[in-house]
Write a protein that binds this ligand. Structure first.
Ligand code: A3P
Length: 284
């Protein structure tokens, strides 16, 4: 795979990624105090969180998510077109990124911008990514799961190591302007999760508005909404016959793909890498 590398992170060569943009985002992009940024490692529930936030932003009214593609509602910082949109977005801005902490805008450290970091069982991340990569034209075919898993465990995929990403962001966990939530918590109780997110954002929604967020951010609503299901993503970059953004939307699908031996190998690398991490997760 032809790739660009910036501070240890490789991204495939595509016209919307460049070293210059990454450097600008890290060093010059100014986060504003009323910005809200969704941060994830890929396939951790990014689009789900974006839908939830977009609906909260509009007090539960679904017309925005039904009429504008997700990447225009919530621009991606690290891609050239997304950055252009972010720079002309009227505040308060909703932004998103997969960037690891060491490349995230340095201006965060002196701002009150809020970050919502969503993470997911890395075995499900692996399987979701495996299927998604089949559609990505700028990536090589992911081959067999076992080889892809080794690339994942060694941090050889776009955005680097899941372990480094999570641990890098966790350094910030005691700051009041960062909120950690898992895909599994969203699955277990979406309504309560929406209430917690609203509380973090200082946004007061009534019961009916929260119900509308929950209903419109459901897997089936998103899957049927062409503004949210990725079907408008250009064919130049993605073969929609081979990959899907809204694939299964469940927790634990890894059990259908990893053998016992592969799962044990994963656990061993997980334990080596996560030793000393004080947070516990639903999959621990
Ligand atoms: P699967 O491939 O396991 O189905 P990201 O947005 O970070 O790329 O993550 C995509 C994953 O989130 C996909 O997982 C997708 O199905 C899942 N997802 C997206 N919206 C969802 C929703 N409303 N409910 C449950 N899962 C959702």
């Amino acid at each position: 795979m032809a790739s660009i590398t910036y501070k240890g992170i490789t991204l495939p060569v595509v016209d919307y990624y460049s070293v210059e943009t990454l450097s600008y985002v890290e060093n010059e992009f100014q986060l504003l105090d009323d910005d809200v940024v969704t941060v994830t490692y890929p396939k951790s529930g990014t689009h789900w969180m974006l839908e939830i936030l977009n609906l909260i932003w509009r007090d539960g009214d679904p017309s925005w998510v039904q009429n504008l593609p997700v990447w225009e509602r919530t621009p991606w910082l690290e891609n050239t077109d997304g950055l252009k949109l972010a720079l002309k977005y009227p505040p308060p801005r909703l932004l998103t990124t997969h960037l690891p902490f060491h490349i995230f805008p340095k201006s965060f450290l002196s701002s009150k911008a809020k970050v919502i970091y969503t993470l997911r069982n890395p075995k499900d991340v692996l399987i979701s990514l495996y299927h998604f990569c089949k559609g990505l034209k700028m990536m090589e075919d992911p081959g067999i799961v076992e080889d892809f898993m080794e690339s994942f465990l060694h941090g050889k995929l776009p955005y680097g190591s899941w372990f480094d990403h999570v641990k890098g962001w966790m350094v910030m966990k005691d700051r009041p302007n960062i909120f950690f939530i898992t895909y599994e918590e969203l699955q277990q109780d979406l309504r309560h999760s929406v209430e917690r997110i609203c509380q973090f954002l200082g946004k007061e929604l009534n019961s009916q508005q929260i119900s509308s967020v929950v209903e419109n951010a459901s897997f089936h609503k998103m899957k049927d909404n062409k503004m949210s299901n990725f079907s408008l993503f250009p064919d130049t970059y993605f073969d929609h016959t081979k990959g899907k953004m809204m694939r299964k939307g469940i927790s634990g699908d890894w059990k259908n793909h990893l053998t016992v031996a592969q799962s044990e190998r994963f656990d061993q690398v997980y334990q080596e890498n996560m030793r000393g991490v004080s947070m516990t997760f639903p999959w621990d």
